[in-house]
Design a protein around this ligand. Structure first.
Ligand code: NAP
Length: 256
């Protein structure tokens, strides 16, 4: 389905979970990957793993809160692989989970810096390079929390809602310039983030049966789909894996 061979992708939050699965899947499809997250050891282990399977990966330890780190990662992609075709703004956090009156202002702001400003930093760093080549795809990992209110998640819901708007704004500004910007709302996924949510016990998501979470590899397949020609029609939207319509388009197992 996807013809992503020979392309270069930058994936943020690639040290584990959904980001690592996206990087691995891209590598399987012949896409060169630049991996960004704070845990440099996890990134170099993943890059080595991808290399041992015949793929090409570059580990770029960094923090999405720092714009310069995104700029360096984009420059490194161009220097090492000659181009940047895809950006996946995946890095995101939910801890600490707390109702508003119990929240720590500094911690609340840190989530905004990662979940919202981190996505802005990725767009700001990658778009000039994509304009230079006249094409590119940006996938912002979204969430059902962007459109529903959940107790204890004011930081997460509001930053994901803002990312939804950022996706639409970027798509409007650059769609005519050959740059596709799209959101991907995966539903619940079996990663460390869901373990943190479960431990909090604060709202209905924390009480979900873990068996309902989808594997991160399914999200990776959806990202590849959105980066392929078939993904074109979803520019500016928030593509969802929570329903069978989205899953069917990607070729994932359906909810029965
Ligand atoms: P995860 O397993 O906790 O992984 C989060 C990733 O983000 C890690 O690689 C982490 O790496 C990275 N990260 C965190 N802060 C960062 C920072 N300041 N700079 C750079 N990287 C940073 O979570 P996940 O479930 O894979 O989540 C990935 C994305 O999917 C998030 O945007 C999340 O909101 C979204 N999502 C998840 C679910 C779910 O059910 N799991 C559902 C909907 C949406 P380091 O710690 O090494 O920096």
């Amino acid at each position: 389905m996807e013809n992503l061979s020979g392309k270069t992708a930058l994936v943020t939050g690639a040290s584990r979970g959904i980001g690592a699965a996206i990087a691995r899947h891209f590598a399987e499809l012949g896409t060169k990957v630049v991996l960004l997250a704070r845990d440099g050891k996890a990134l170099s282990d993943l890059a080595a793993d991808i290399g041992s399977l015949g793929g090409q990966a570059l580990a770029m330890p960094g923090d999405v809160r720092r714009y310069a780190d995104l700029e360096h990662a984009v420059a490194a992609a161009v220097q090492r692989f000659g181009r940047l075709d895809i950006l996946v703004n995946n890095a995101g956090v939910i801890e600490p989970i707390a109702r508003l009156a119990d929240s720590e202002p500094e911690a609340w702001g840190r989530i905004a810096d990662i979940n919202l400003k981190g996505v802005y930093h990725g767009l700001r760093a990658a778009i000039p390079q994509m304009l230079h080549t006249g094409s590119g795809v940006v996938v912002n990992i979204s969430s059902g929390a962007a459109t529903s209110a959940l107790e204890g998640w004011s930081h997460y819901c509001s930053t994901k809602a803002a990312v939804l708007s950022l996706t639409a704004c970027a798509a409007k500004e650059y769609g005519a310039h050959g740059i596709r910007v799209v959101g991907l709302s995966p539903g619940t996924v079996a990663t460390e983030m869901q373990a943190v949510i479960r431990k909090s016990g604060i709202n209905p998501v924390s009480r979900l049966d873990p068996a309902v979470h989808i594997p991160p590899e399914w999200v990776a397949r959806a990202v590849a789909f959105l980066c392929s020609e078939q993904g074109e029609e979803f520019a500016g939207t928030d593509f969802s894996l929570k329903d069978n319509a989205g899953r069917a388009r990607v070729g994932l197992p359906l909810i029965v």
